[in-house]
Write a protein that binds this ligand. Structure first.
Ligand SMILES: [Zn+2]
Length: 467
């Protein structure tokens, strides 16, 4: 189909005009407004735009890792000679996705060069079922389901049920890419026998957590019994089984073996079917290995060459605000996003690999995108940081709550300061030249400090960068 109907054309013009006006006023990226305007005026616009993509579309959803995973899939597609259409960080709700497409079509609704284009769309886990009928992906990647922003979603089980219902209603989606280490995600294979399922997971018990260190969202099997674990990699993710009904973690097609976790990078053997390649990714932490595996499995499902995937994993830098590094006043500054207990636990695990002379700047906000209930910080294992001598500065809108949580954990912040810019300067002053500052931030705090770092180091604001 070339172009769209008259109603969609009018919606496009108004939507694009709104986005440009916002950008001209300098009010951020204007990423959601065109989608809001165009989506209201022409509900069929998204499907009309997405259906033009010559290589179809892949979606990426789950609680943690969406942005990094879709960033890596886009990079692999680009290396393979395709022209990916990728929504930017923070645009994974309905309006943001529509805005992404509105920005890629001309005034008649035609997407130039659509034959070479592949849609790589990250979607909020609660939004995925709603957009499935419009986007009609051929591949869907499911990363994990952790407790996140309970005030918005309710129980994680209801999210999984929403996915399963949508899958049952829309048979066109042909391939599911599932994290077999997360039992809630692996369960999606049940009832989807007609679809191709590509599982990914970690095959290295050497990186498992010690003891029964489970997060608060431990899972029950569909039969009602509690899962047992031979190894736990994070939260409820690991080598699981149910002794009552015999369900167990399937063997993954795409996996990581012999994982070596470094301070700023990770090396592992990437297994895709029968092929084994050693890769080093410029990202730290076991959660980065999961994102790399999800991307490799997604690329495999799309039929991209393995060489493109391994190059993308090795060469593409971090996604926006996810382990991005900046050189500021002679210090190395890294931004680590943490928005839920499991994510924060993984960040803490990554920090424990650092030398004691690092400065930690911890930022807690309570905006809508952060989750307005900040009690989740009590479900994360901050106590583990008390073993170390890091310099700690606490900031953000809820700095006082975070400082109290730190005190309970036996940590003593050097400073508690709500103003993030002031706290950043204090962190720089406290850190010797050549030292490192690790910023741990919730979503809106990450956006704020990332903007400050971009301004002070001359890096581009995100809406002007190509990725
Ligand atoms: Zn069971």
């Amino acid at each position: 189909m070339a172009g769209v109907g008259i109603r969609e054309r009018g919606a496009l013009l108004l939507g694009r005009g709104a986005g440009e006006a916002v950008r001209r006023l300098g009010r951020g990226g204007g990423t959601a407004l065109p989608g809001l305007v165009a989506g209201r005026l022409a509900p069929g616009l998204l499907e009309a735009c997405a259906s033009q993509l010559g290589h179809g579309l892949i979606t990426v959803t789950g609680t943690n890792g969406k942005t990094t995973t879709s960033h890596l899939i886009s990079a692999a597609a680009r290396i393979a000679g395709l022209h990916p259409l990728h929504n930017r960080s923070g645009s994974n709700l309905e309006r943001g996705v529509i805005s992404t497409f509105v920005g890629e079509v001309d005034g008649t609704g035609t997407m130039p060069g659509a034959a070479d284009r592949l849609g790589v769309i990250e979607l909020d886990e609660a939004v995925w079922p709603r957009l499935l009928p419009s986007l009609r992906p051929r591949v869907a990647v499911f990363l994990n389901l952790f407790r996140d922003q309970l005030d918005r979603y309710g129980e994680v089980d209801s999210v999984a049920e929403g996915w399963q219902r949508a899958l049952a209603a829309y048979p066109f989606l042909t391939t599911l890419v599932l994290n077999v280490d997360d039992p809630s995600v692996a369960a999606l294979a049940e009832g989807n026998a007609a679809r191709e399922v590509i599982g990914f997971g970690i095959e290295d018990v050497g990186v498992a957590l010690d003891g029964a260190e489970h997060a608060s969202d431990a899972r029950f099997c569909v039969c009602g019994a509690t899962y047992r674990y031979d190894a736990v990699y994070m939260g409820h993710v690991g080598v699981w089984r149910c002794d009552a009904c015999g369900r167990a973690r399937p063997t993954p097609v795409v996996s990581a073996r012999n994982i070596r976790l470094g301070t700023d990078s990770t090396t592992f053997e990437l297994v895709v079917g029968r092929e084994v390649t050693e890769v080093t990714i410029p990202l730290a932490g076991l959660y980065s290995v999961y994102n790399a595996l999800a991307a490799a499995a997604g690329a495999h499902a799309l039929g991209l060459p393995l060489e493109a995937t391994t190059r993308a994993l090795a060469e593409s830098g971090p996604a926006f605000g996810r382990q991005e590094r900046f050189a500021l006043d002679g210090r190395m500054v890294r931004v680590l996003l943490a928005k839920n207990p499991t994510g924060l636990n993984e960040v803490i695990r990554t920090l424990l690999a650092l030398p004691d002379d690092a400065t930690l700047l911890a930022l807690l906000n309570d905006g809508i995108q952060d989750g307005q209930d900040v009690s989740w910080i009590y479900d994360a294992d901050l106590e583990r940081l008390a073993e170390r001598e890091f310099r700690l500065i606490v900031s953000g809108d809820r700095a006082d709550d975070l400082a109290l949580r730190c005190a309970v954990a036996g940590l003593e912040p050097r400073m508690v300061e709500r103003d993030i810019a002031f706290a950043l300067n204090a962190a720089i002053a406290a850190t010797p030249v050549g030292g490192r500052i690790e910023i741990i931030a919730t979503y809106t705090a990450m956006m704020a400090i990332r903007g400050m770092l971009a301004t002070r180091t001359g890096a581009q604001p995100y809406w002007e960068s190509t990725e």
